[in-house]
Design a protein. Structure first.
Length: 259
């Protein structure tokens, strides 16, 4: 398509970098830093008339009754609420979070981002530390591998029999999350499960300090005040490695465009 007009939306710094990477002689790209779709954004879309819109990983809050100017727009999306899915049901949409290459590369950057956060907040070395990781998806696998290579002890807790078995096959100590046979008396607890699974019944198992790498709203189904420290860490790649994170996202989008 000639004279493409792309609108990149979001507060994550990777998206600002992405807008720069996408620009070309046949492509005009505008970046809007915001976390909400409001009247201002409606006005921008009507004036700019984009034919491609890139949404951030976390869904934008919607403060309007209707999205204007999007009838012929192709969307690249992260996570979508049911409301968003309904609004875009007539549009061509591509979820970059479903591309395996992007997911794994993003998981690697998330793992490195946690290391940077850990050093800044804990001011401890990783060697010899005890880490318990909830879940054994892509982010957990990348993080566990990195921590073990740095000399840490890693314990995996997961609900899925497949994930527990896989973690054991990798050589990790692994326990079923629902067995109630695990608890943390010392060490670092990290959640990677994108669901609100920490209820009152689980509270005795988790420590007073909890790092949550899952996306907002995180894993808590209790008041955060019941923990001494709860650290929600969404979008670590964009925070620490904006250029690298934008590069892998740009590649995922360009590959979809060229299909």
């Amino acid at each position: 398509m000639k004279n493409e007009k792309w609108l990149v939306i979001g507060e994550d710094l990777r998206l600002k970098e992405l807008a720069t990477m996408l620009r070309s002689p046949s492509r005009t790209v505008f970046y809007k830093r915001t976390s909400v779709w409001n009247e201002e954004l409606n006005k921008l879309v009507l004036e700019f008339q984009p034919n491609r819109i890139i949404l951030p990983i976390l869904p934008l809050k919607i403060e309007v009754e209707q999205l204007y100017g999007i009838s012929q727009v192709k969307f690249y999306t992260g996570r979508l609420t049911m409301h968003w899915k309904h609004l875009l049901e007539k549009n061509e949409t591509n979820c970059y979070l479903q591309q395996e290459s992007f997911i794994w590369q993003n998981a690697r950057l998330t793992a490195e981002g946690f290391i940077a956060t850990f050093y800044g907040l804990e001011q401890k070395c990783i060697y010899g530390q005890n880490f318990t990781i909830a879940g054994f998806g892509r982010t957990a696998k990348m993080l566990a591998s990195l921590l073990v290579k740095m000399g840490a002890n890693v314990h995996i807790v997961a609900r899925s029999v497949v994930q527990v078995s896989e973690a054991k096959a990798y050589g990790y100590r692994a326990t079923n999350l629902d067995d109630r046979e695990w608890s943390i008396s010392d060490g670092i607890f990290i959640n990677t499960i994108p669901a609100k699974w920490i209820t009152e019944s689980f509270q005795e198992h988790v420590p007073t300090v909890l790092y949550d790498l899952a996306s907002e709203p995180g894993c808590l189904d209790i008041d955060a005040d019941q923990l001494q420290t709860y650290v929600l860490l969404p979008s670590l790649p964009g925070k620490y490695f904006a250029h690298d994170a934008a590069t892998i996202l740009c590649k995922a989008i360009e590959e979809e465009e060229n299909c």
